[in-house]
Structures are given as structure tokens and as C-alpha cells.
Design a protein around this ligand. Sequence first.
Ligand SMILES: NC(=O)c1ccc[n+]([C@@H]2O[C@H](COP(=O)([O-])OP(=O)(O)OC[C@H]3O[C@@H](n4cnc5c(N)ncnc54)[C@H](O)[C@@H]3O)[C@@H](O)[C@H]2O)c1
Length: 268
Amino acid sequence: MSRKLKWGVIGLGGIAGRTIPEGIAGAQNAELSAIFDIDQQVNAEVAKESGAEQAASINQLLDTDIDAIYVTTPTHVHAEQVRACAEAGKHVLCEKPLGMTVAEAENMIELCDALRWFARSPVDEVSAYQTRTDNPAEYPGTISINMKFKDGKIGRSTTTFDAKMPYRFNIGICGSEGTLRNNEIFAPKLFPGQNDFMKIPCILPDSGDVTHHPFQGEVSRFLDCIINDRRPFPDLYDAAMTQAVCFAADRSAESGRSVPISEFENLL
Ligand SMILES: NC(=O)c1ccc[n+]([C@@H]2O[C@H](COP(=O)([O-])OP(=O)(O)OC[C@H]3O[C@@H](n4cnc5c(N)ncnc54)[C@H](O)[C@@H]3O)[C@@H](O)[C@H]2O)c1
């Protein structure tokens, strides 16, 4: 791929400290062209380090000839900023989560209307419990979510910030032909004679400071999708679906009832 796409970034001081150098600067088909942060000192420092043009406002950033914008500001400003970028005709890579409320996510989805093409709803219903300890977080620190998928599969996700333990990100997939458990696999059909889990030596996502995240691959793939007109994964629909499941889990834990995802159908 020879064409280089020009990037703008909004929000520079946090996770962008990793994703700009590792993701954008590391991608062959990307060029960091213009940046903006409300903190003028951060703005100036990143401009100096990266050689990118320092914009004085989001509008000034949008007035440049950048192709794509990476929105990496705090979540409560994502909706208005993604809207401004989309209205300016820019491709947008927005940090998770998409927005703070269903209405915000709805607005963003309507704006980027291609989303409706992917009108499928794999998660059907969500049932959750949550508990609060004396953790000073403004939300309950522990939640356990059960999900029923439309095709009959079931899944469970549990998160806790309250437990005394090192950061761990456990993943398990149990299927009729085999099972994955973090870096262990049991698949006797693939490995005849296998009678116990087999360990694959690899990097696991067990780092709270996301040192393992493949930021460069993320940016390259996003640009490849723009240039070759491919669907990115995750796209806006995937992000909205994830957020709908989270909203349904919160509603279930608060109300004590199972919540059908259809209660968030406007989001999907
Ligand atoms: N992908 C990941 O692994 C990952 C990790 C951490 C955070 N995040 C997400 O990234 C986003 C940013 O998180 P963070 O921890 O970097 O946030 P942060 O609070 O450190 O803020 C990032 C920067 O945004 C700037 N900013 C704030 N309001 C702004 C505005 N209105 N306009 C322009 N700049 C503004 C701040 O000055 C700061 O420099 C969040 O949505 C978060 O959920 C993703």
C-alpha cells in the first residue's frame, strides 16, 4: 500500500501517549499531521515531539486536509467530537467506550448511517448482579453478567475492581469440539490422543497498563479499511452492540430482572 493517510488526533495526554508513538507513528501508511488538546502545554509538547501541526481548536484541526481522526479524549466528550469529525467528512477512530448514554450512542450511530447495514443482534438477553464495597469508585466495583445469544449460546462475563488480586484478564470458550482457557487449548479432534489441556506459550492480556495492546496493527488495519474500502472490526455497530450489552447489564443489576437487548433497539 503506497498511499499515506494523514491523521489528526484529539486528546493527547493519556492513552495517546502510547497510541500515537506505537500506533500512528509505527504504521507505514500513516502520517501524524495535526493535533489538538485543550491543555495547551500538552498540545505544545506533543507538537514538538512529533512534528505535527498544533491546532488551536477542533474546528481548526478539522479545517486541515487530514483524512482520519483519532478521538482519544475522555468519554463524556466523544459524542460531540465524533459528530464534528463526521460532519467534516473525516474517517473516525474513536476510543472505547463510544459514549456515556444510549442517546449519545444513538446520535453517533445515526450520523454514521452505514451502521444499519449490520442489523443483527447476537445477544438476546442479559441478566446481571452487581455488588458495591467501600471502594471509592462512583460505580459498583464488581458485576457478573449472564448473556443469552439469539442462536442459543450462553456466555458470562465478570469484572471486579474490588478484589485483592493482580490484574488478570481471563478468557474461556467452551465448545462441543474443544475448549480454550486463556493460553490453554483442549481439542482432541485437532490433536488426536490429547487427554489434557495443552499450554501455548504466548503473551496474555494481563497488564492493566495495556503494554500488550497492538496499537500499530490497529492503526494499520483501520487505514487499510479506508484505502481498500473494507469493513473495520470492531466497527461502529460492534461498539454500539457492546455498549448496549453494558447498558442492559446495568439495568438488569439495578432492577433485578433479565433485560432483553430489544430494550435498546434504537441503538442497534
Ligand atoms: N484502548 C485502551 O486500552 C484504553 C485505555 C485507556 C483509556 N481508553 C479510553 O481512551 C479515552 C481517553 O482516556 P485517557 O485515560 O487517555 O483520558 P485522559 O483523561 O488522560 O485525557 C486525555 C486527554 O484529553 C484531553 N482533553 C480533555 N477534554 C478535552 C476536550 N474537550 N478536547 C480536547 N482534548 C481534551 C486532556 O487534556 C488529556 O490530555 C477514554 O474514552 C478511555 O475510555 C482506552
